[in-house]
Design a protein around this ligand. Structure first.
Ligand code: UT7
Length: 330
């Protein structure tokens, strides 16, 4: 009998820059205060990648290297590298190609995947399909964003939630039922109006006018996005449990996208999960977009036990959202 191949997560790496931007720093930049930010978002500080010429790949590379070094494999063994990001080093070529070149992954093909805050879930689901098909044996998925490059630090409602960081996982074939078991991914382009970047694309290329109008920053209507996010993330996570005949009791960890603590709380409560089963590091890193979920896995790795069931869940620009069920086997 042919055994079913699943994609197991066999190693995790992460990277956050040294520099911290605290709520108290924001108090000096815009009309805000630590108490407002903490109570409305759960965030106390974020990490910022500072330095001339540094981009998203400079965080993705150490995350990927840590990941493969932990597994004890050489970069030449990687078949494919998917870089999930909305802040690529360049519009083209793909940041995935910059990463594979710099780490010497000469046998890998790579591409960028842009699904905003759901990027990592889309990436893991895509990478898992490559493994499940039997065509590839080692797929790296890196979620990395330098949000400080596209945040308007004059916009107090949006700027306070974002930070920089990267996390990476290695996917490999497994025949014992470990790894990515199911995924529900959704998107709705009508949400574009609430969260987007106005200029810099082909519709409105960069010009002096677009720069002066501050149109190269992330534009967000926070309250509207919040409403969709609370419902979207909770609904899709509950749907994933239901279709796998699971309840909150069966789940060891919820690994939520870290955009706002209130969205995380709503999702956990909808799934019937107590706070102790929810990975939360938003207070330290804020919203690193594609980086949030792998950075949680990276930080909690030592607490994960074989056979633990994890639900990874996200909502973001696009709109995009989704939930992925993982059985831990590493
Ligand atoms: O990453 C995936 C996609 N993004 C999200 O999931 C983010 C979803 N949205 C949010 O997390 C929240 O909407 C924000 C944190 C962005 C904003 O919080 P909010 O509670 O929705 O605030 P608001 O924009 O509705 O503003 C409420 C009030 C306003 O004042 P008035 O009009 O009531 O007098 C704002 O001007 O709070 C004011 N305000 C602030 N006050 C102090 C907005 N930002 C700030 C601030 N400090 N930083």
């Amino acid at each position: 009998m042919t055994k079913i191949i699943t994609a197991a997560i066999t190693a995790i790496g992460g990277y956050v820059p040294e520099d911290r931007l605290t709520n108290f720093d924001f108090e000096k930049m815009v009309d805000t205060n630590d108490e407002w930010i903490r109570t409305r978002t759960g965030i106390s500080e974020r990490r910022i990648l500072r330095g001339e010429g540094l981009g998203t790949s400079d965080m993705g590379i150490p995350a990927v290297l840590e990941c493969i070094q932990k597994r004890g494999i050489d970069p030449t063994e990687i078949d494919c590298l998917i870089c999930c990001t909305v802040t690529p080093d360049l519009v083209f070529p793909a940041t995935a190609n910059i990463i594979t070149d710099k780490i010497g992954a000469i046998n890998a093909f790579g591409f960028d995947l842009q699904a905003a805050c759901s990027g990592f879930l889309y990436g893991v689901t895509t990478g898992a399909s490559f493994i499940e098909s039997g065509r590839y044996k080692k797929v790296v998925v890196v979620g990395a964003d330098k949000m400080s490059a596209i945040v308007d630090y004059q916009d107090r409602a949006t700027s306070i939630i974002f930070g920089d960081g990267a996390g990476a996982v290695l996917l490999e074939p497994n025949e014992e039922g470990y790894g990515v078991l199911d995924s529900i991914l959704k998107s709705d382009g009508s949400g574009c109006q609430f969260l987007h970047m106005k200029a810099g694309g082909s519709r409105k290329p960069a010009s002096i006018e677009t720069v002066l109008a501050r149109e190269h920053y992330a534009y967000q209507e926070g309250q509207a996005v919040f409403k969709f996010a609370v419902k979207g993330m909770a609904d899709v996570s509950a749907e994933l449990l239901e279709r796998n005949n699971l309840t909150g009791d069966d789940i060891a960890w919820l690994v939520p996208h870290q955009a706002n603590l209130r969205i995380i709380d709503a999702t956990a409560s909808r799934m019937g999960l107590p706070k102790e089963k929810v990975m939360i590091n938003i207070q330290k890193y804020g919203n690193t977009t594609s980086g949030t979920i792998p950075l949680c896995l990276w930080e909690w790795e030592n607490q994960l036990m074989k056979d633990d069931l994890l639900v990874l869940s996200a909502f973001g620009g696009g709109f995009t959202w989704g939930a992925t069920l993982v059985k831990w086997g590493a």
